[in-house]
Design a protein around this ligand. Structure first.
Ligand SMILES: [Zn+2]
Ligand SMILES: [Zn+2]
Length: 442
């Protein structure tokens, strides 16, 4: 990829000021890469977290998630606890960023917290801590920025060739025509090739993080089962995650199961699960590499890591209470509900076309247009009612899932699938609102 970059720079240099400037062009290309990288390195993390709508939390906000992160930091020998972020998103996913372990962050969605049991959550967090430990975000940022530089240069070269073509004299002859042809070929092929390399790097890093997760948790089934749940979720609908962030997530939210082959940042989820489940009672890097070889007929883990570990690492027993009873399963949902309410005053709604819409509470509008289908959806709110003196407001649930609506005061009130009480108090003004069960509830 570096070769492509220098080659493009050389070509741009010669195109602008003749063959003498070729070296300057190459130098400029590397300079462009360095400049882009510096901007990304200084600001990239903050921008990514802001784009994802991630909010930083403390231990008291979600003790279980915090404990799992701490366990994985200990198991990995990371040496620093990453910042923990939560994203208001019903789809289950997670990502990690940070060039150094001391300045890293793990972000998980509320959907992940709701859907996963402890072992599965540990598997996912183990994968993300694995990315930090393997310095993947630093590496992928470097490669990603190089891809960006190559795309910019190729575009520049193509424009230059067109410009030259227009005013080219007949004197140049066949040699010049050949040079022009080569330059055009380069400007078209270089970005494609660079993309393929980028995707291949990204896929390998995903496998390595899976192996790290199995090793840190000593329980490959946790991650396998988590990936299965995520795959099933995205098999049914599109994720709401931002497109730019897609390669970062543990499961690509845009095309979790469909994305295969050379033009994908993630390996097929089914294949990742199959490898994790073929580890034959082992949880170490040696076991992962053996399972990988069995399925894909090649090795994935570096020889140094393999020889450092030497032998297979036995799998631990599943954690007690792995299959939570219904009332226990409801508990984390309520905890997440509180958290979402505290993090952001947003009303979540789903358009009949399937798109999730977030409306800032107190927006003062009665309806919101769906960005996909253009339908106007009424903003859910509590209505005034005369029928019950102790609760002058009521809200009729649409179904039995996650729901939020606006209180009279303009604050967002969130209901979880576990909510069964007849009244809910607005977290802002304290007004009691009667909740009438919807059609889909039992
Ligand atoms: Zn990953
Ligand atoms: Zn209120």
């Amino acid at each position: 990829m570096g070769v492509l970059l220098v080659l493009l720079g050389t070509a741009v240099g010669s195109a602008v000021a003749g063959p003498d400037a070729a070296a300057w062009g190459a130098l400029g290309a590397v300079g462009l890469w360095g400049g882009l990288w510096a901007v990304a390195a200084l600001q990239g993390d903050r921008i990514l977290l802001a784009t994802a709508g991630a909010r930083r939390i403390e231990k008291r906000d979600h003790p279980q998630l915090w404990n799992v992160v701490e366990e994985m930091v200990l198991a990995s020998g990371l040496g620093a606890v990453p910042e923990v972020y939560i994203i208001d998103d019903p789809s289950p996913n997670a990502f990690a960023i940070g060039r150094k372990p001391e300045r890293s962050a793990v972000a998980v969605t509320t959907g992940l917290l709701r859907l996963m049991n402890r072992d599965e959550l540990q598997g996912v967090v183990g994968h993300e801590v694995g990315h930090i430990k393997n310095r993947d975000s630093a590496f992928m940022m470097l490669v990603g920025v190089m891809l960006g530089a190559i795309v910019i240069l190729a575009d520049l070269l193509l424009r230059l060739m067109r410009f030259r073509d227009g005013r080219r004299s007949r004197a140049g002859g066949q040699v010049q025509a050949l040079v022009v042809l080569l330059a055009i070929l380069l400007s078209v092929l270089a970005p494609l090739l660079a993309r393929l390399i980028y995707f291949a790097c990204s896929r390998r890093r995903e496998y390595l993080a899976d192996a790290s997760s199995a090793r840190f948790t000593r329980y490959p089934e946790g991650l396998a089962s988590a990936l299965e749940k995520m795959g099933a979720f995205y098999g049914r609908r599109q994720g709401t995650a931002h497109r730019v962030l897609a390669p970062l997530y543990i499961v690509n939210p845009m095309t979790a199961l469909a994305a295969t082959g050379l033009l994908s940042t993630h390996p097929p989820t089914e294949e990742r699960i199959r490898i994790l489940r073929s580890m034959g009672g082992g949880a170490g890097y040696v076991d992962y590499d053996a399972a990988f070889r069995k399925i894909l007929r090649r090795s994935v883990i570096g020889a140094r890591t393999l020889s450092a570990e030497g032998a297979s690492v036995p799998v631990r027993a599943p954690q007690p209470g792995e299959a939570p009873r219904p009332e226990e399963a409801a508990a984390p949902a309520v905890a997440t509900l509180d958290l979402v309410g505290r993090l952001r005053g947003l009303v979540f709604m789903t358009c009949p076309c399937g798109v999730g819409i977030q409306v800032p509470a107190g927006l003062g509008r009665d309806a919101i247009r769906c960005p996909r289908c253009g339908r106007d959806n009424p903003v859910p709110r509590a209505r005034e009612t005369e029928s019950i003196p102790e609760a002058p407001l009521e809200y009729r649930r649409a179904g039995a899932g996650w729901e939020s609506f606006q209180c009279r005061c303009g604050h967002a009130v969130h209901l979880s699938p576990a909510f069964a009480a007849p009244l809910v108090a607005c977290p802002a003004c304290g007004r009691k609102i009667r909740v009438i069960p919807g059609a889909g509830s039992s």
